[in-house]
Design a protein around this ligand. Structure first.
Ligand SMILES: [Mg+2]
Length: 354
């Protein structure tokens, strides 16, 4: 790790730091509400993934032509309705590792990715290569850096970050560090890790904000303060989100301005916009995100993670929850992981800080 780190950052120590998570009003919330937000974020990932899966790679126009508005979990390709893809499967791995270790442990998380891997879930080729390397015993903090000569900046790190966003929602210093380390296992490019951290931060802020009192301007300003100064592309996207929120853009204009593809900077901002533009309703935000087309399962999953963290579990439509696969590692298992994460977080029973 040290060699690689020095090469990439020219110094050793820790990942780049910015301001603390705080800023803005602090609210005390009922424990029950916080727990519901933990579950909401993890299940929100699953619901968005399952809703978007059947139309992955479709344009907004194609989706509109086939479905009008896609707002039900339908059959998709080779998958049954309500199945999850790699997004949720890797998110499960992140949650399992945090529950078991009660903190971030790169080696354990890498093992989870290897153990859970199921090719039929639609993994990207880069991530598959890293998982193969990890399964051969390659160190967790080296395998990802070798991919694409400098690491991937795909959205594969951000799509699975919900457990870190909720678990560290009040840990300003650690959120970025842990998000970076959890991301670098497969997505070691600075823009990939920053995308993971931004998505984790958006989830953390959504947990900390009681539903119904969101101030979009403040949310965006806190994101600006969080994002590293020299990653211009993300700052530019936040500015575009602000512009779009001030008008009533078409899907086409949103996709043009923010993107809807598999790169982190062309999808994390799209998910954040989908949440902010439709923050009154979990359902509206996730339906909106998926109907933008492109990398629909992941943009749906990321929007679901933020919206679920804001609205809580009870505001996810029951008709969607009922459709979700519920086998060995299905819906109820994910709920139990979120409950365990909440329990560890609320008891302060972590095994040391990263
Ligand atoms: Mg997927």
């Amino acid at each position: 790790m040290e060699e690689w780190f020095t090469k990439v950052y020219g110094r050793m120590g820790s990942f780049p730091k910015k301001q603390k998570l705080n800023g803005g009003a602090e609210y005390r919330m009922e424990p029950k509400l916080v727990k519901s937000k933990f579950i909401g974020s993890l299940l929100g990932t699953f619901v968005g993934d399952a809703l978007g899966m059947p139309v992955e790679g479709y344009s907004a126009t194609m989706i509109a032509r086939i479905y009008g508005v896609l707002n039900e979990i339908v059959h998709g390709g080779w998958n049954r309705p309500g199945c999850y893809t790699d997004d949720t499967q890797m998110m499960i791995g992140v949650a399992e590792s945090l529950v078991k270790c009660k903190r971030f442990d790169g080696n354990d998380l890498a093992n989870r990715f290897v153990d859970n891997f199921d090719m039929t879930r639609g993994y990207g080729p880069g991530t598959m290569r890293v998982i193969m390397k990890l399964s051969e015993g390659y160190p967790w903090d080296k395998a990802g850096a070798e991919l694409f000569d400098g690491g991937s900046y795909g959205n594969g790190a951000a799509m699975r970050i919900a457990p870190i966003g909720v678990f560290y929602h009040d840990e300003s210093e650690q959120l970025r560090d842990v998000a970076y380390r959890a991301s670098m296992i497969t997505h070691a490019h600075l823009l990939g890790m920053e995308g993971g951290a931004i998505q984790a931060y958006a989830i953390a802020r959504a947990v900390r904000t009681p539903a119904g009192i969101l101030d979009r301007e403040h949310f965006l300003n806190s994101l600006r303060a969080f994002i590293l100064d020299d990653v211009d592309i993300y700052h530019e996207k936040i500015n575009r989100i602000q512009d779009l929120l001030e008008k009533n853009p078409t899907s086409h204009e949103v996709v043009d301005a923010l993107g809807n593809n598999i790169t982190s900077f062309d999808s994390v901002p799209t998910a954040i916009y989908s949440f902010l533009a439709h923050h009154a309703s979990f359902e509206e935000a996730v339906v909106y995100a998926v109907n933008l087309g492109g990398d629909t399962d992941t943009i749906g999953a990321m929007t679901g993670a933020i919206s679920g963290a804001y609205h809580g579990y009870e505001n996810i439509p029951t008709r969607w929850l009922e459709k979700l696969e519920n086998g060995t590692k299905g819906r109820d298992y994910i709920i139990s992981l979120a409950e365990q994460l909440y329990k560890i977080w609320s008891s302060g029973n972590t095994t040391g800080k990263w």
